[in-house]
Write a protein that binds this ligand. Structure first.
Ligand code: KG4
Ligand code: ZN
Length: 372
């Protein structure tokens, strides 16, 4: 760790985790997370108002905890990075406001960064600098995309994405149908280990010869699993929860890994990065490893704790912004609930406003459907 590498604090509040991370270059110094997930669990999904209030309460203590853990003073920071989107508008606003206040009070540059690019950049903390271009499979509660990033700070290109549900959303919805609670991913992952993934042949969406090679669809799978469960219940039979979990999970990770490996081959990229909450899934990690090995592709997946939302990932991308002399954001930085994946960061006004879509904070929020 070189002392001249940028020391950056990152704040993440796009959903239900208040995350504050501190990194020096690509070295992780602190990763403090306060989660309100237990408060949401009884509602079966993230309740935006509750998340915002929890962020507000956790913000300052979590920043202080991170500084203490890293053993650095706020005065030594070279920059403050914050997730400015996409995510829940009210939740994002708490992090953005905090970051602006700290940046202003300490006289430090502010970097509003993209949550999705952060999920990719975090792997630098574990496996060193990302190759360029990076091929990334991004799978979270709100997004499922295949991205080709020649430069994670400035150039992220979507090759394909889900046309309906995100992978994590599918896990959460199937868990709800099985009465397994929220969030669904971890519990399905656990139960699937004791089930037979080949016991039920659930459909693999968008894998026909005429289908878009890099797009995903999980809503047909979700309906198919729900119908299968309903039929069992209607017949008065017991639902084999472990087999359903294993077979459903297999259908999701089969398609994700197949398409990701294909994208690497087509684009001539010899490695694959997997990021986002669903990248914590043990079967996705194992199958990706198996298929990548067979195809001569190097797999990079951060440890599970860095896959789900955290502040370290934001700090990692912020440090990269500083290292590459990217223009800081100005204090007018606002939360943008639908910040496109193509904008890794939101530079200050002098560079123009990167994108032209409206900044209306009340339009559709990707994660709101968790609560529907
Ligand atoms: O990246 P993330 O923490 O938040 C978003 O940006 O959305 O992802 C959350 C999603 C949830 O849908 C959760 O069920 C899923 O990631 N998830 C998992 C696992 N751990 C979290 N899905 C499958 N297997 C897991 N082990
Ligand atoms: Zn996320």
């Amino acid at each position: 760790m070189a002392a001249d590498e940028p020391l950056v604090l990152g704040i993440e509040t796009s959903c239900d985790e208040t995350g504050v991370g501190i990194v020096r270059g690509t070295t992780l110094l602190a990763d403090a997370v306060a989660s309100s997930v237990d408060t949401h669990a009884r509602f079966g999904g993230v309740v935006p108002e509750i998340a915002s209030r929890a962020h507000l309460e956790a913000m300052v203590p979590t920043i202080e905890r991170a500084l203490k853990e890293a053993g650095v003073s706020a005065r030594d920071l070279d920059g403050i990075a914050v997730t400015s989107g996409p995510g829940l508008a009210g939740a994002l606003l708490v992090g953005v406001s905090a970051a602006k206040a700290y940046a202003y009070a300490l006289g430090k540059p502010l970097y509003g960064v993209n949550h999705l690019a952060s999920h990719i950049c975090v792997d630098q903390l574990e496996h060193g600098p990302l190759p360029e271009p990076t091929m990334a499979l991004l799978v979270s509660g709100g997004h499922s995309s295949l991205l080709l990033a020649p430069d994670i700070t400035s150039d992220v290109r979507p090759l394909g994405a889900t046309i309906d549900d995100a992978a994590g959303e599918a896990f959460d919805k199937i868990a709800r149908v099985l009465n397994l609670g929220f969030p669904g991913g971890p519990v399905i992952d656990r139960l699937a280990k004791e089930g037979d993934p080949a016991s039920i042949a659930f459909p693999r969406g968008l894998t026909g010869p005429r289908d878009a090679p890099y797009d995903f669809s999980f809503s047909g799978l979700k309906t198919s699993v729900a119908r299968w469960i309903e039929a069992k219940r209607a017949a008065g039979e017991e639902v084999p929860v472990r087999d359903v979990a294993a077979s459903f999970q297999e259908a999701v990770v089969d398609v994700l890994t197949r398409k990701a490996v294909r994208a690497c081959k087509d684009e001539g990229v010899d490695h694959l990065m997997i990021g986002g909450g669903v990248a914590a899934n043990s079967r996705l990690r194992a199958l990706a490893q198996e298929r990548c090995e067979r195809a001569g592709i190097r797999l990079r997946v951060p440890r599970p704790g860095l896959c789900t939302d955290n502040g370290a990932m934001v700090a990692a991308l912020g440090a990269e912004m500083v290292a590459r002399n990217r223009r800081p954001s100005d204090l007018e930085l606002s939360a943008d609930s639908s910040l496109p994946v193509t904008e890794p960061h939101v530079p200050g006004a002098d560079h123009g406003h990167g994108h032209s879509h409206d900044h209306d904070h009340v339009h559709e929020i990707s994660k709101d459907n968790l609560y529907s």
